[in-house]
Design a protein around this ligand. Sequence first.
Ligand code: ADP
Length: 602
Amino acid sequence: MALPDLSAALPLPGSSPVTPASTGVLYRRLLREAVAPYAGRFALAGLCMFAVAVSTAALAWLMDPVVNQVFVARRAELLWPVGLAVFATFAVKGIGAYGQTVIMTRVGQTVLTDLQNRLFRHLLEMDLTFFAAHRTGALISRLTTDIAAMRTAVSTALTGLGREALSIIFLVGVMFYQDWLLASVAFVAFPATVIPISTLGRRLRTMTANTQVQTGAFMTLVEQCLSGIRLVKAYRMEDYENARAQRLTSDIRDRIIKTERVKALASPLMETFGGVAVTIVIVYGGWRVIGGETTAGAFFSFITALLSAYRPMKALANANASVNEGLAGAERLFAVLDTKPALHEKSDAVALRVTRGEVRFENVTFSYTGALEALKGISFTAAPGKTTALVGPSGAGKTTVLNLIPRFYDITSGTITIDGHNIADVTLASLRDAVALVSQDVVLFDDSVRANIRYGRAGASDADIEEAARAAGAHEFISALSEGFETVVGERGQGLSGGQRQRIAIARALLKDAPILLLDEATSALDAETERQVQSALERLKQGRTTLVIAHRLATVATADQICVIDQGRVAEDGAHGTLLSKGGLYARLHALQVSPGMAAG
Ligand code: ADP
């Protein structure tokens, strides 16, 4: 099976940094996919924005009549009308700003929540090959830190960006209206401020991308250490893991400091260039008023517009930085969204109807990575309603055989059929509904015992759940828990013993009531009493189902209807226990090892 090149989708530390894709392409995509559904609200926010920008410019323009009519010409009858006009303009500006912020915040945050939900759903739909190629921490970081960067961008930028840009346009209009010559002089300095700032923006985007990659690596490390905490302690690897974590955290710190240093440059740069422009305007404008070439009112209106434009310009420069961080987040998020699952359902797939439950492997070959074949032409038939034990040395391919039945992976060649239906031709939902999986490392979710059992069949009634628990021999210990079925079992089912966790897993499978059962027998030894309880629960579960069990225990193997001995990706021999023993092949040797390890080894 050819694996897609996933390394390009999500860079790992050490690989080349994210290159800033064309900003325009990203903007268009965000607009098309995320913003378009909220176009109406955006238009409303746009209206508010327009009101703010016009009133900002109007305030500057009003300085002309204030100075010329009220102060220079001393016209008392205009005092109140001009004063009221100023007040009305301020009121419109305030209302517009409020409306725009409220609408934009709502839309912006909703858009992000949509994206977050879409990404999570997408992750759940990806196949196992994808998860083998991507580290958990990196994926979590897409859903958390990248979304957070986009949130900051939205709240600081999206809500203000349009408003500031429009205000600047109208203010510039006022400047040119009042004194076009002065305005032209002021704008000589302007391009000089824009160029360094847009260069800074591009640099920032690359730098934050690298920080995010390292943060993902750190999350992976934390996740692995915490979930393997017993291993860390048993091998006394605390110092080693600590050193690894410190290398990553100080690297992240250095990168953030560097980013902030570049960000901090934007503001003083603007201030310096802005100061030059204002100085030139005051000296040159004052000279023109003294010479009688323009009125004091026009000059004050002009300078008010220029000074009013300073704050939005600065805001734009700062917004640029956080927009770039948000865009870097969006770029990485889209990279994951664009990775399509390699495993497909056929367009004409039909629902699988299991009648007898016969599982047949015909000459199946499969490889995880493309190079090494894990299965090299396996053929066997698991008889309906019977138990087939898979035995063989570790690494032989037993787990792989089980993984292929619910189609976690696609095979390279050969066929797998259930009651004669090729599993590649049926819908994934119907196939997975037909199969129940009980593996040795029982996964319990951080939820109530009841919810954990209900995982077997969504919508199962409380009575069904309790009946399944009873059949699995779990009812007694569950009832003894502090809150019975409502007790929340912690992450990984802490607080429950290994045997108890297994019986909850068996109850889950009983509730599912699927015709085909895949069992991965626990290797870790349970005490004799627990073992007996788990075994009798398993016997009940196996009844009437086609069971494929990876068997580690002699008892399981001996009672199986059929034994399939797998060695190096092939079926070495199969048959009943007695037949295989008398044959004196691999099975007989494995059997001798288990019965009397000392003798066999000697
Ligand atoms: P068993 O269950 O008999 O111990 P497995 O089916 O787990 O053996 O493994 C069969 C072979 O496939 C081994 O060589 C193993 O290294 C390889 N393998 C198992 N899982 C993966 C995986 N996720 N990616 C790559 N190779 C794998």
